[in-house]
Write a protein that binds this ligand. Structure first.
Ligand SMILES: Cc1ncc(COP(=O)(O)O)c(C=O)c1O
Length: 375
C-alpha cells in the first residue's frame, strides 16, 4: 500500500470481524475488569484505552509508514507539546525554540525558565536556529510556522542538532502527516495539534507526539499518565473517524489555499502575502523539497493596510467564519493581532481555507476586499 489516502482510510482499523463495525465505537471506561495481577494492556483509564490505541496506531502509520513508530495521544496540542518539553528537559538543560512559533510557546518558555532550563529562541526562516544549538538538549522546530508561514530545513537542522547531541522535535500541526513526515526527515519527535487539519471539523481538541524511539515514547507516556493530560474516548474516536477523509481534505484545502494566494498576488491592498505553495513565496523551493506535492496546507497569511480595513474585510466575508484556529472544513479567518501574542502588524490576516469550491471562496474574498476598500 503506497497511497497516503488509502492508508488514511484503513489506518488503525482492527481485523474485520463478522457483525462488528469497521471502526468500533468509543470505549468509555475509567477502569477495566482486572482479576489477579495488575497487568495490561488495559488496567486503568488514565493509563490506556482501546480507542486511543487504535487512534495512536493510525496516526503512527501516517507519520511513519515505513518504520514502526509509537504515538501518544493527548487532550490537546498544548498537552502534547508540554509533554515532550517537560518530559525531556531537566534543570540545567538548554532548549532552542522558534521565536515565531505558536503563541503559547512564550508561556512555555516562562515555565521552563522557572525550572532552571535555559531557553534560546531564533526565527524559523533561514534555518536561524542552527546558530543557537551549541550545548542544547532539545531543538524545537515549527515548520511551516504559525502564523508567519516561514519554512526551515528539517533535515539540515536535525543533522546539526544530532551532531551536537540534541534531540529534535517538529510541530507538524500545519502540514499534517500527509503534508510532511518529520520522522523521515530525521526528527526524533513529530508533535501536533490534532485540533486543526488532522481532525478538520472544528469539533475536537486533541494532540499527539510520535517517535520511533521506544524509550522516548515511554517517557512521554509516563508524563501523560502523571499529569493526566489524556484525550477523551469520544474525541479519540471522532479523530480516528475523521482520518479517513484527511487526504481529501488536505488536497482540497491546499488547492483552495493556492487558488486564494494566487488571486491575492495582484491585489494592491494586500502585502506580505505568504503561502508555501505559491511559486513566488520565499519558502517555496524548500517547501517543495520537504513537503508532499500539492499539500502545502490550508493557511494563507497576508497583511491589509490597517486594523479598520482588516475588520471591514472580515465583516464583509460571507463564506468565511471570523474565528481562530485553522485547518477546518469551513473557511475561517482572523486578524491575528487581536490576541496580542504574535509579532504581526495590526492588519495581519491568518486565513484558513476550508473545503469549499475554490472559485466561490476566491470570489467572496475579492468581493470583501472591494467592500473594505470602498468604505
Ligand atoms: C502550530 C500549533 N501548535 C500547537 C497548537 C496548540 O494546539 P491546541 O490548541 O490543540 O492545544 C496550535 C494551536 O493553534 C498551533 O497552531
Amino acid at each position: 500500500m503506497t497511497g497516503d489516502g488509502t492508508r488514511a482510510v484503513r489506518a488503525g482499523l482492527p481485523e474485520p470481524e463478522a457483525h462488528e463495525p469497521a471502526l468500533p465505537g468509543p470505549v468509555f471506561a475509567a477502569h477495566y475488569h482486572l482479576p489477579g495481577d495488575a497487568v495490561g494492556p488495559y488496567t486503568y483509564g488514565r493509563d490506556a484505552n482501546p480507542t486511543w490505541t487504535r487512534l495512536e496506531e493510525a496516526i503512527g502509520a501516517l507519520e511513519s509508514p515505513d518504520e514502526s513508530a509509537h504515538t501518544i495521544a493527548f487532550a490537546s496540542g498544548m498537552a502534547a507539546i508540554s509533554a515532550v518539553l517537560f518530559s525531556q528537559l531537566r534543570s540545567g538543560d538548554a532548549v532552542v525554540l522558534p521565536s515565531d512559533g505558536y503563541q503559547l510557546l512564550p508561556a512555555a518558555r516562562t515555565r521552563l525558565e522557572s525550572y532552571g532550563i535555559e531557553v534560546r529562541t531564533a526565527p524559523t526562516a533561514h534555518d536561524a536556529q542552527l546558530d543557537a544549538l551549541d550545548g542544547a538538549r532539545l531543538l524545537w522546530i515549527e515548520t511551516p510556522s504559525n502564523p508567519g508561514l516561514d519554512v526551515c530545513d528539517i533535515r539540515r537542522l536535525a543533522e546539526a542538532a544530532h551532531h551536537r547531541g540534541a534531540l529534535v522535535a517538529v510541530d507538524n500541526t500545519l502540514a499534517t502527516p500527509l503534508g510532511q513526515r518529520p520522522l523521515d526527515l530525521g526528527a526524533d519527535f513529530s508533535v501536533a495539534s490534532g485540533t486543526k487539519a488532522l481532525t478538520g471539523h472544528g469539533d475536537v481538541l486533541l494532540g499527539y507526539a510520535s517517535t520511533r524511539d521506544a524509550a522516548l515514547a515511554d517517557s512521554v507516556r509516563l508524563w501523560r499518565k502523571t499529569v493526566g493530560a489524556i484525550p477523551g474516548p469520544m474525541e479519540s474516536w471522532l479523530a480516528h473517524r475523521s482520518l479517513a477523509t484527511l487526504a481529501l481534505r488536505v488536497r482540497q484545502q491546499s488547492a483552495g489555499a493556492l487558488a486564494l494566494a494566487t488571486a491575492l498576488t495582484d491585489r494592491p491592498e494586500v502585502t506580505g502575502l505568504r503561502h508555501p505553495g505559491l511559486p513566488s513565496d520565499p519558502s517555496h523551493q524548500l517547501a517543495t523539497r520537504q513537503m508532499r506535492p500539492g499539500r502545502f496546507g490550508s493557511v494563507v497569511s497576508f497583511v491589509l493596510p490597517d486594523k479598520p480595513f482588516a475588520e471591514r474585510f472580515l465583516a464583509a466575508l460571507t463564506l468565511v467564519d471570523e474565528a481562530t484556529s485553522f485547518g477546518g472544513v469551513r473557511s475561517s479567518a482572523e486578524r491575528r493581532g487581536r490576541w496580542g501574542g504574535d509579532a504581526v502588524p495590526e492588519g495581519f490576516i491568518r486565513f484558513s481555507v476550508g473545503v469549499e469550491e475554490p472559485e466561490d471562496l476566491v470570489a467572496d474574498v475579492l468581493r470583501a476586499l472591494d467592500v473594505a476598500t470602498r468604505a
